[in-house]
Design a protein around this ligand. Structure first.
Ligand SMILES: CC(=O)N[C@H]1[C@@H](OP(=O)(O)OP(=O)(O)OC[C@H]2O[C@@H](n3ccc(=O)[nH]c3=O)[C@H](O)[C@@H]2O)O[C@H](CO)[C@@H](O)[C@@H]1O
Length: 369
């Protein structure tokens, strides 16, 4: 924990904002986009998350953001011995968050959700610090549903989400996309991945943690896939497969950071899970997508709804996990490639009006009250 966690007299400049959110990158990347923007407007940003989660690693890559780890428990939907211990961990987290927030005295808390955010929201509420929540999925996650009564506003990415948010707190702002993603260079992407110009590149991204189902489908079909495409496969931590290393036109990486903009720029199509941040990034960059949403058995089914909304808008092909045969997979990708221009023209009709600016305005407003 940083040493400068000292009380700060109210009214002293700059204003301080406490961010939280974690568990997977999808609960952090919105914060990664907002933090530099708010810092440039004079805010002092601090972060509260778990001691060992991905949020800690991702926030460490930013300048001037002090990180405060707290105890946290997972909100599981399945039976597990940890379920007995976790309520105690969450209670400890609430206590830690309460004390830290009393010390740090932020003007406002911005929560991107994920299980680690619940103690922080409660700690803020107990200190009477205004809370703004962000929900990027079509239906709210469990953490955000628990946090809703303690929040002033809930910013949402999908228009359809407004009706799922209780208390009339929803504000439809649209997707928050990291600015650097818009500045990719196709040439650099090809050079970095050592792929060739002229043959279409498909980027495979199974969400921030990777997806075994997608990884297996891609690797099983490599001989067929590499006839038509080159592949950049972001397969998730611990999911590299050394037996595919020499395959011509195939590159695999566990997770990429600053290379992602260039890799996206050189990709014609994307195969992905249907995590909300990822698919809105692909939409913003006009990348036709083949989506394989996480099944209801393994989640609350939010990705199925995210994917269905994009399918209706004509941005993607969708295959449910149980439909993921080799024939269906290759067929859907071939259709996507054939339809890529029409899909891109539909995507071009979709313009979002400064979502990050709308959130900044809500943050300013909440911090004044
Ligand atoms: C298994 C699980 O619980 N998944 C949830 C999680 O997904 P997940 O954490 O995968 O979230 P998203 O797909 O929304 O976002 C992933 C983020 O990681 C980034 N990225 C990914 C790979 C990489 O190599 N480099 C990189 O920077 C992407 O650009 C994106 O910004 O949060 C999403 C948003 O609430 C939900 O929709 C998902 O259902």
């Amino acid at each position: 924990m940083p040493n400068d966690a000292l009380p700060r007299p109210r009214g002293e400049k700059p204003r301080r904002i406490l961010f939280t959110g974690g568990g997977s990158a999808g609960h952090v990347t919105v914060n990664l986009a907002l933090i530099p923007m708010l810092q440039s407007q004079g805010w002092n940003a601090v972060y509260m998350g778990s001691g060992g989660g991905i949020e800690k690693q991702l926030i460490a890559r930013l300048d001037d953001v002090d990180y405060y780890p707290i105890s946290t428990g997972k909100l599981r939907r399945y039976l597990d011995l940890q379920n007995v211990k976790d309520p105690f961990r969450v209670a400890k987290g609430v206590f830690q968050a309460f004390r830290l927030i009393r010390k740090l005295r932020p003007d406002v808390v911005f929560s991107k959700g994920g299980f680690v955010s619940v103690p922080v929201v409660l700690g803020a509420w107990l200190n009477r610090v205004p809370v703004i929540i962000h929900e990027s999925d079509l239906t709210p996650g469990l953490a955000n549903r628990i946090a809703n009564p303690f929040a002033r506003k809930v910013c949402v990415t999908f228009g359809e989400t407004v009706e799922h948010i209780k208390g009339g707190k929803a504000v439809h702002v649209g997707p928050i996309v990291r600015r650097e993603l818009l500045r990719g260079s196709a040439l650099k992407g090809l050079q970095w991945s050592k792929l060739l110009p002229g043959k279409p590149v498909v980027l495979v991204m199974g969400g921030s943690l990777g997806s075994r189902r997608i990884n297996e489908a891609v690797r099983r079909n490599l001989p067929e896939l590499t006839k038509a495409y080159q592949l950049i496969h972001l397969c998730g931590k611990g999911e590299l497969d050394a037996t595919c290393d020499g395959v011509r036109g195939y590159r695999q990486y566990e997770y990429v950071h600053e290379e992602l903009p260039d890799l996206l720029a050189c990709s014609e199509l994307v195969i992905s899970r249907a995590g909300s941040n990822s698919i809105f990034e692909f939409l913003t960059l006009r990348k036709p997508m083949l989506l394989v949403p996480l099944s209801k058995g393994a989640s609350r089914g939010d990705q199925i709804l995210n994917a269905e909304s994009f399918r209706k808008a004509g941005y993607c092909e969708v295959l449910q996990e149980e439909e993921l045969t080799d024939e269906a997979f290759l067929g859907a990708l071939a259709r996507l490639y054939a339809d890529r221009e029409i899909i891109r023209s539909r995507m071009r009709q979709n313009e979002f009006k400064d979502p990050a600016g709308s959130i900044a305005a809500l943050i300013q407003e909440a911090s004044r009250k």
